[in-house]
Design a protein around this ligand. Structure first.
Ligand SMILES: Cc1cc2nc3c(=O)[nH]c(=O)nc-3n(C[C@H](O)[C@H](O)[C@H](O)COP(=O)(O)OP(=O)(O)OC[C@H]3O[C@@H](n4cnc5c(N)ncnc54)[C@H](O)[C@@H]3O)c2cc1C
Ligand SMILES: *[C@@H]1O[C@H](CO)[C@@H](O)[C@H](O)[C@H]1NC(C)=O
Ligand SMILES: *[C@@H]1O[C@H](CO)[C@@H](O)[C@H](O)[C@H]1NC(C)=O
Length: 226
């Protein structure tokens, strides 16, 4: 059988992880990413359940651990800054993972890890997206944003939460996939060396009916594990 030709739209976590597995099956894989380069940003991502299992099956546990973050646990404080509850990560390898898992990593580092182990054998095209596609019995003809066309056996939408491919596949009448909960959130990072007596603890303060503040973890400038 001729090698299956697969197009993955979106070079994030799902797209790059799928590329990894399809390579193992011997498929010819192309990933198109709309961004001009790898979007290796974001905050912490915790692997749990199947995520941990898949990571192990990929043989990437060691590489993951070398990049993982040292968060020790998650605490809630009151308005005087006193700890009211603490949930440590459970590093026993047994039972359920806690809020902070034993497999925590910055999203960007996970994205780059998956990219690094696939980039030599996957054709990554940055600054490009799928404009439209047409399905026939045996293949899919894709029109790219640069005006070029190509044929694939399979097209996968891995373009994130607001997936455009999913919308194109399901049609204009599909209900909005976003359900607004009335919550706004903003994330930013402040690089700061860990201070004497401080630990890598995610600190949370909740003002009921008002706001919630979370300090994810002090990021050591000199690297992990300090
Ligand atoms: C603080 C924080 C904590 C989090 N914790 C967790 C956690 O514990 N567990 C968890 O599972 N998730 C967590 N997340 C969410 C996590 O980032 C997502 O689950 C994950 O990134 C989703 O992967 P994805 O590949 O579907 O989408 P993404 O990683 O968003 O990747 C989509 C990619 O597609 C590209 N793209 C978008 N549109 C197009 C287009 N039209 N054409 C081509 N490319 C396109 C994007 O540029 C992007 O590179 C957390 C997020 C934050 C901010
Ligand atoms: C915060 O918790 C500490 C210790 O339990 C307590 O002494 C203090 O009064 C609390 N502060 C407020 C504002 O509730
Ligand atoms: C970790 O999980 C195991 C198994 O469920 C449990 O026995 C242990 O008490 C947990 N430890 C922590 C620190 O939560």
């Amino acid at each position: 059988m001729a090698q299956l030709k697969v197009l993955i739209c979106g070079g994030g976590i799902a797209g790059n992880a799928l590329a990894f597995w399809l390579l193992k099956l011997g498929y010819g894989v192309t990933v198109v990413e709309r961004w001009p380069d790898l979007r290796a940003t974001g905050l912490q991502v915790d692997l749990r359940g199947f995520g941990v299992m898949v990571l192990k099956r990929m043989g990437l546990e060691q590489a993951f651990r070398a990049r993982s973050v040292p968060e020790q646990g998650l605490e809630f404080i009151n308005s005087s800054g006193k700890q009211k509850a603490y949930f440590p990560a459970n590093r026993t390898g047994e039972g359920l993972q806690s809020f902070t898992t034993d497999y925590e990593i910055m999203r960007g580092d996970l994205c780059r890890l998956l990219y690094d182990v696939t980039k030599d054998r996957v054709k990554y095209v940055f600054g490009m997206t799928v404009e439209s596609f047409e399905e026939s019995d045996s293949s899919i003809e894709v029109l790219f944003s640069n005006g070029k066309k190509d044929r694939f056996d399979l097209l996968v939408g891995a373009d994130g939460q607001g997936s455009r491919i999913r919308r194109l596949m399901l049609g204009p009448d599909t209900p909005d996939t976003f359900h607004f909960l009335g919550v706004y959130t903003g994330y930013f990072t402040i690089p700061q060396p860990i201070r004497e007596g401080e630990q890598y603890i995610s600190t949370n303060y909740i003002a009921p009916g008002k706001r919630m503040g979370q300090c994810l973890l002090p990021i050591a400038l000199e690297g992990n594990g300090k």
